[in-house]
Design a protein around this ligand. Structure first.
Ligand SMILES: NC(=O)c1ccc[n+]([C@@H]2O[C@H](COP(=O)([O-])OP(=O)(O)OC[C@H]3O[C@@H](n4cnc5c(N)ncnc54)[C@H](OP(=O)(O)O)[C@@H]3O)[C@@H](O)[C@H]2O)c1
Length: 242
C-alpha cells in the first residue's frame, strides 16, 4: 500500500514521453490511471502496460472531448484525485515567420488546452486533489524561435497561482513543473546530443526525473507547496558554465 493506492489519476498526453512516465509511476504506486491523447494506437499500447487503467481518445483543443474525458473517468473510477495537465506541442519559428495557423496550434494546445482541461475537471475533482501543470524551463529565459511556445507556457506557469487562488477553499493544490531538456518524441528528428552542452549537467533529463517530481508534488509530503513553478533543468536557467 502507498498513499496513492486506489487514487484516480488523469494524465493528458499520457501515451508518450513525460506523460507516459508519470502515468506509469502513479500506476506502480497503486493508482488507477486514465490516459488521454489523440492517437488511439499509442494510448492502447501504453494502457496495456498498466495495471488498472483506461484510455480516452480526444484532443485538448476540443472542450467536448475534455468533458467526455472526465465523464468516462467518473464512470470507470469515480472522482479525480490527481490531474496532470501535460499534453503539449512545441514548434519553432522566428517571429518574422509566425503565421496565424502556427500561433493558434501552439497556443490552443498548450494554453487553451491546459486552461480548459482544469476548468472542465473542476466538478469531477475530489476536495484535496492535486493538479500538476507541465510548463517549460524555456519560459524562464529568452530563446530564439520559441516566442509562441514559451509565451503560451509562461501563461501555463501563471495558472498554477491563479487556479490555486480559485481552488484553495477546496484544499486543491495546483503546482507547475518546468522541465528543461527531456529526451522525448517532442524533439522529433533533432539530434539531442547537440544540445547537451547547453546544460550545465551536460545531459538531458530522463522522463522519470520529471515524473518523480509529479509524484512528490502530489504527495502529502508536499502538502504545504501551493502555486509554485518547480524548474527541473540540470542548471539550464540557473547559471552559465562559460
Ligand atoms: N521534452 C522536453 O524537452 C520538454 C521540456 C519542457 C516541457 N515539455 C513539455 O512536456 C509535455 C510533454 O511533452 P513530451 O516532451 O513528453 O513530448 P511528447 O512525447 O511529444 O508528448 C506530448 C503528448 O501530448 C499529447 N498531445 C499533443 N497535442 C495534443 C492534443 N491536441 N490533444 C491531446 N493530446 C495531445 C501527445 O499525444 P498525441 O500526439 O497522441 O495527441 C503526447 O502524448 C509538453 O507539454 C511539453 O511542452 C517537454
Amino acid at each position: 500500500m502507498t498513499e496513492f493506492t486506489n487514487k484516480v489519476v488523469v494524465v493528458t498526453g499520457g501515451a508518450s514521453g513525460i506523460g507516459e512516465a508519470i502515468a506509469k509511476q502513479f500506476n506502480d504506486e497503486g493508482a488507477k490511471v486514465v490516459i488521454f491523447g489523440r492517437h488511439l494506437d499509442k494510448l492502447n499500447q501504453v494502457k496495456n502496460l498498466l495495471k488498472e487503467a483506461i484510455a480516452v481518445q480526444g484532443d485538448v483543443r476540443n472542450i467536448a472531448d475534455l468533458d467526455r474525458l472526465f465523464q468516462e473517468t467518473r464512470t470507470a473510477f469515480g472522482k479525480v484525485d490527481i490531474l496532470v495537465v501535460n499534453a503539449g506541442v512545441a514548434s519553432r519559428a522566428n517571429v518574422a515567420d509566425v503565421d496565424e495557423a502556427f500561433f493558434d496550434e501552439i497556443v490552443d494546445t498548450n494554453f487553451k488546452g491546459a486552461y480548459f482541461t482544469v476548468q472542465r475537471a473542476v466538478n469531477y475533482l475530489n476536495d484535496g486533489a492535486s493538479i500538476i501543470l507541465i510548463s517549460t524551463a524555456g519560459c524562464h529565459f529568452g530563446w530564439p524561435s520559441h516566442s509562441v511556445y514559451c509565451a503560451a507556457k509562461a501563461a501555463v506557469s501563471m495558472l498554477a497561482r491563479n487556479f490555486s487562488a480559485d481552488l484553495i477553499e477546496r484544499n486543491i493544490r495546483v503546482n507547475a513543473i518546468s522541465p528543461g531538456y527531456v529526451k522525448t518524441p517532442i524533439w522529433g528528428k533533432a539530434n539531442t546530443d547537440d544540445y547537451n552542452s547547453d546544460v550545465p549537467i551536460n545531459r538531458f533529463a530522463t522522463t522519470d526525473e520529471i515524473a518523480d517530481a509529479a509524484i512528490f508534488l502530489s504527495s502529502t509530503k508536499a502538502a504545504y507547496i501551493i502555486g509554485i513553478d518547480l524548474v527541473i533543468d540540470g542548471g539550464l536557467t540557473s547559471f552559465k558554465t562559460k
